[in-house]
Design a protein around this ligand. Sequence first.
Ligand SMILES: *Cc1c(COP(=O)(O)O)cnc(C)c1O
Length: 413
Amino acid sequence: MDKRIYLCLAHMSGEEQKYIQEAFDTNWVVPLGPNVNAFEQDLENFVGEDKKVVALSAGTAAVHLALVACGVQAGDEVICQSFTFCASCHPIMYLGAVPILVDSESDTWNMDPELLENAIQDRMARTGKKPKAIVVVYLYGMPAKIDEIMAVANKYDIPVVEDAAEGLGSRYNGRICGTFGKYGVLSFNGNKMITTSGGGALICGDQEDKQNIMFYATQAREGYPYYQHEKVGYNYRMSNICAGIGRGQMTVLEEHIRHHQRLAALYEELFDDVPGIVFHRNPSACYDSNYWLNTITLSPDLHVAGEEKAYMTVVKGAVGGAAGVTHTVENVHTDCEPNRNVEAMRVVLDAMGIESRPLWKPMHKQPVYRNVPAYVNGVSESLFKVGLCLPSGPWVTEKDVHMIVKEILKNIK
Ligand SMILES: *Cc1c(COP(=O)(O)O)cnc(C)c1O
């Protein structure tokens, strides 16, 4: 193999350099500045619906500030989709609040609206209080059943935070994901639809909301000649350098989305008549996923080369190209893990220079959330056991997809 094919990597447009240089030339290297304002304007134009956008240091920071702005305090309950990346849920813990985990439906893999209503009613019956917010996620870019979720949320008058970190540019009934609820979260991490080398944004309803988020993102300072604090603030604003990268990336966003979608159409076609493999696609014409990551599920009775040896060796580092430090583990097994054939497929693809990764492990199966209330139907747990994310994004070519699928088929016994 002459190159390694990664799950999803950022791709520069070439325009980034210009905006970064401008920041240096004008000595605007601090947070706030012309690139931040212009990047926010670009994002506002893109999401439409008269929304306002605040650029922040990370998508995780955007989730955190959305919850702060919803008035979440220690001891409050916040409903969160269980089937997600940890950053949808961890900020609930930062605030000392209690996550209430809700499982997914099998069409979109996102929050099940019926289970959401059951959870709200049960929490009200048990605690006498309503949950303070609902965090719904667009997993792998797939729109959720957001009309139904909004109907439930509106019925109980609970604000919705849409975690569209993976769903930049996805649409539901033609409307951009992240613009349905009170707040919408975006991420510009290096592996998302576009990057600022690390960053995020919060979509807000109006200028007043935006001002409030910016207040909390810049240490919550009162208007005195000295630093006067009446609230606890955060240092979460995006820097002018990062925003310069973001401006360059905005010039290729539409093109990137179309590329992800083209790859999806090709994966779908190539897996179409393969028994035991199902490509996760838009369930109907209402859904228009950006296909941030293309995903498949492998039937448990599909046999994969080397599956008898799956889980024999401890994984070193993080699977899926993530940076950072991982703890070394003693035991290769946990009480909830992908099936052997899925792990075997990951290993054979990895040996061929093709990066793949299991689906997110649901939060209600994570030891760190062992003791929080969960409303489950088995959907996310069973998907986790059979699912695999495949290379997607601007660096992956259609030729690569043909090769990846060929490699997958070759290893089915
Ligand atoms: C990436 C991601 C985030 C967090 O974004 P960062 O910019 O990495 O902090 C939040 N939620 C989901 C679902 C994500 O995939």
